[in-house]
Design a protein around this ligand. Structure first.
Ligand SMILES: Cc1ncc(COP(=O)(O)O)c(C=O)c1O
Length: 440
């Protein structure tokens, strides 16, 4: 017997999805990225850590040891909250950023992406508001959208989110009767902006959130990857009641293990464990055991130093190339992490320019990906983590040629009549880099 259903010819179940799936939109530039992954393309698009810099054989030996010595436990279901052993180690990692907490307050998750999802699941009803930086992490925006929440972007400058703008926005949302549930922040080497929230602003923002009864979600996957000086201490180090802190081994070790964590006030932590169990029963036991082994007996701090040196060199290569090839544009100068945020001239559209860039064998992520409201057309994110310095220079050279062609096109059309200005509410402060050095 066939069940009557409408749907479409492509998907007969189309009419039956839950309303929240409307937020599950794939990236408009996904198909282009498939092309961009070809080896001849220099991809400045993805934020993939350079895992080849890890001692792969030594990690393999650890995996073998875990299997040989404790294989039956490694392959079994485990506790929903994660192993006590790994949670102890996580406390040592967080101590590097000034956080002191109890082992019971940590919940191990499948990457910090799952922790983001669990926090959103606990707090967001349809129509709730999440405050976030402008721009913000595309993966978090997708989660907030999937819970039918609305993101209100708060402007940033070179010191991160602007506290006065935050207060103003809270007041206007409150006046409109909107429920504000979370303040989502990436304080260190922000994705995608590359900027770091200053220590004064951290305190100011904590005060604002506290006085308005808004929970802070502090997402910190990049904090230990600083180049010149350590960022200010984590916000969680000064407020243990009003902040859910998220950490990850993806950038300081390896994303393939899919291990991250949440550190939460007691009540929230209990609910997080229940939500995690409902979602995945327990995080991977074997991956937690390998990471515990790595943290207890390998020089993981030394490995983070290796990554810092490597990414610093790549950041420098990118900034040098931008100074050389695109001296008229402006960009942020990250003190760590993976990303530079580039601002194009007025009237240029990074998303519209991407097909031409891919044709010229360079890829980037258009700024619109990092806004919930379609803003960011004049901007693009450049990731320096994966390509070699030589490839980065070549990628920026290609990008500069594409930007020049777009600029010429724009000028040609401007000469023949008025064109629509590209709206741009982004207020992320960017540094204009002074005259280009001679790189010849
Ligand atoms: C700001 C931010 N948060 C969370 C994540 C998710 O990381 P993972 O799930 O690998 O820990 C990423 C990954 O790029 C990120 O940039």
């Amino acid at each position: 017997m066939s069940i009557p259903r409408e749907g479409t010819t492509l998907d007969p179940w189309y009419d039956q999805y839950a309303a929240r799936t409307a937020g599950l939109s794939g990236s408009e530039v996904r198909s282009l990225f498939a092309v961009a992954s070809r080896p001849e393309v220099v991809s400045l698009a993805g934020g993939m850590p350079f895992v080849s810099a890890l001692p792969l054989e030594a990690i393999g030996a650890r995996m073998e040891r875990v299997m040989a010595e404790r294989g039956a436990t490694a392959l079994q279901y485990g506790a929903g909250q994660g192993t006590p052993e790994l949670r102890e180690r996580i406390l040592e990692v967080m101590a590097l950023e000034g956080i002191h907490a109890g082992v019971d307050d940590v919940v191990v998750t499948t990457g910090s992406q799952q922790a983001l999802d669990l926090v959103a699941k606990l707090f967001l009803d349809p129509g709730d508001v999440v405050l976030a930086e402008s721009p913000s992490y595309v993966g978090a925006l997708g989660i907030f959208r999937s819970y039918q929440a609305e993101v209100a972007h708060i402007p940033m400058d070179a010191d991160g989110m602007i506290p006065a703008a935050l207060t103003e926005r809270i007041q206007s949302l409150r006046a409109a009767g909107r429920p504000i549930k979370l303040l989502y922040l990436i304080p260190n080497f922000q994705n995608p902006g590359g900027v770091t929230l200053s220590s004064e602003r951290r305190l100011e923002i904590i005060d604002i959130a506290r006085s308005n009864g808004i929970l802070i979600l502090e997402d910190n996957p990049y904090g230990l990857l600083w180049f010149d000086q350590a960022p200010p201490q984590a916000m969680r180090s000064v407020d243990s009641d009003g902040i859910v802190y998220l950490g990850s081994f993806s950038k300081t070790f390896a994303p393939g293990f899919r291990v991250g964590w949440a550190l939460a006030p007691h009540g929230i932590r209990e609910k997080l464990v229940l939500a995690a169990e409902a979602s995945i029963l327990s995080p991977s036991a074997i991956n937690q055991m390998v990471i515990s082994d790595y943290l207890s007996s390998a020089d993981w701090r030394g490995q983070i130093d290796v990554f810092r040196g490597l990414y610093r060199e790549r950041r420098d290569a990118m900034i040098d190339a931008l100074e050389h090839y695109l001296p008229d544009l402006s960009w942020t100068l990250p003190g760590g992490g993976f990303y530079v945020w580039l601002t194009l001239s007025d009237g240029l559209d990074a998303k519209g320019m991407l097909p031409r860039a891919v044709k010229e064998l360079v890829a980037y992520t258009p700024g619109t990906a990092f806004f919930a409201d379609g803003d960011g057309r004049r901007h693009l994110r450049l990731a320096f983590c994966y390509p070699t310095p030589t490839d980065i220079r070549e990628g920026i050279r290609r990008l500069a040629s594409v930007v020049r062609q777009e600029q010429e096109l724009l000028e040609t059309f401007a000469a023949t009549g008025p064109i629509d200005a590209v709206p741009d509410a982004l207020q992320l402060g960017s540094r204009v880099i002074s005259p280009p050095p001679n790189l010849s």
